[in-house]
Design a protein around this ligand. Structure first.
Ligand code: SAM
Length: 344
């Protein structure tokens, strides 16, 4: 429920007017298959536009079902679920578009340890990006805190920070960070300091230029085999469709239906005590059993288990390992007062 609520609140899609400007900052870095990924895709319009510009295959994850269904139409593949529990191959993407939802991420009862989504999403999804891959990270300027700045400056090089063009910035106070994923983490104190100062309003952040004098080359994607891209959650509607298409629906229904488990064993002649005892012991007859006069009901369940006794015998310098199998019959019965009687 909480996640669903967050999903509604955090929906601030990348402004459409920004998309052509972002495209101008990107170019294909070579021929070959190129995957791009938006872990909180919304309806998928933003990653779709970048995908068309780069001639790339687009992947997304979206928590909100309705938006996810739209994104499934817009993208090559979109999972509906929580990106933080999805299973996604490391380094599978060449470009990561990250415009995290606007909300706190906090475990219930641990508000003091709460972390902004901007931070957790960066930390948790950056591993999907290949070394040399390009990050586009959209966040409100004031969310550029020490921790975010450290993650960015350690993991990325060629970092550039811009605020959205004037009109958009006035409305959203957002900035865009570009970076190229390093092969190995490396601190960069100067970049860290600049980002922290910018987030605190102590450094100038230029607007994203209409005609940028730089361009990021997005490299083709690494071969990833097998490519894992799936959610851990089971969507009941999807499951039902899958079961129906596999023809399993009727069999499962039969297995689950109580009438099958509660089917009664009907004897054609009255049972003798010995027979009854054997059937109880096998677990074939259970439930309420009464004495010969139909009185003193007992709630009975019997089981029979095989146990193996092992012993070693020594004789004339030789060792003999002896295993003896025996069947242990246990009959548990509750009487009317709730007393448990165990016969073994
Ligand atoms: C700020 S919008 C960004 C949409 C899109 N990426 C864009 O740039 O236009 C954030 C999206 O993240 C989704 N979201 C929130 N929590 C999520 C989660 N745990 N996993 C995947 N998506 C999530 C929200 O439903 C919302 O659609």
């Amino acid at each position: 429920m909480r996640l669903a609520g967050q999903a509604k609140m955090g929906y601030y899609p990348t402004p459409p007017a920004l998309l052509p400007l972002l495209c101008k900052c990107l170019q294909r870095g070579g021929a070959g298959l190129l995957r791009i990924f938006d872990p909180c895709a919304g309806e998928g319009h933003a990653v779709k536009a970048l995908g068309e510009h780069l001639d790339a295959i687009t992947y997304g994850i979206e928590l909100d079902r309705e938006r996810g269904i739209t994104a499934q139409r817009n993208l090559y593949e979109c999972l509906i679920g929580d990106c933080q529990t999805a299973m996604v191959s490391r380094h599978f993407a060449s470009l990561l578009l990250l415009n995290p939802p606007y909300d706190w991420s906090a475990a219930v009862g641990a508000l003091d340890k709460s972390e902004r989504y901007e931070r957790t999403f960066l930390r948790d999804t950056v591993k999907a990006l290949r070394p040399g891959g390009v990050l586009i990270y959209l966040i409100p300027l004031r969310r550029l805190d020490r921790k975010v700045a450290r993650m960015l400056s350690h993991r990325f090089e060629e970092i550039r920070l811009f605020r959205l063009p004037d009109e958009l910035y006035r409305r959203f106070h957002q900035v865009v960070v570009f970076g190229v994923a390093r092969a190995k983490l490396k601190p960069d104190e100067a970049v860290h300091r600049y980002l922290v100062d910018a987030g605190a309003g102590r450094a100038v952040v230029p607007p994203l230029p209409e005609e940028p004098d730089f361009v990021y080359s997005v490299p083709p994607s690494l071969k990833v085999k097998p490519l894992v891209f799936r959610t851990n959650e089971i969507d009941p509607e999807e499951l039902e469709k899958e079961l129906a298409s596999q023809g399993l629906h009727d069999r499962l229904l039969e297995m689950w239906s109580p009438s099958r488990n509660a089917r009664k064993l009907e004897a054609i002649m009255p049972l003798r005590s010995g027979h009854l005892a054997q059937l109880i012991a096998c677990g074939l007859v259970g439930g309420v059993v009464r004495d010969r006069d139909g009185l003193r009901p007992l709630l009975v369940k019997g089981t029979t288990k095989k146990e193996v006794d092992r012993r070693i015998e020594h004789e004339k310098g030789k060792e003999r390992h002896i295993e003896t199998e025996r069947f242990v019959i246990t009959v548990n019965a509750y009487d009317r007062d709730g007393c448990l009687i165990t016969i073994q």
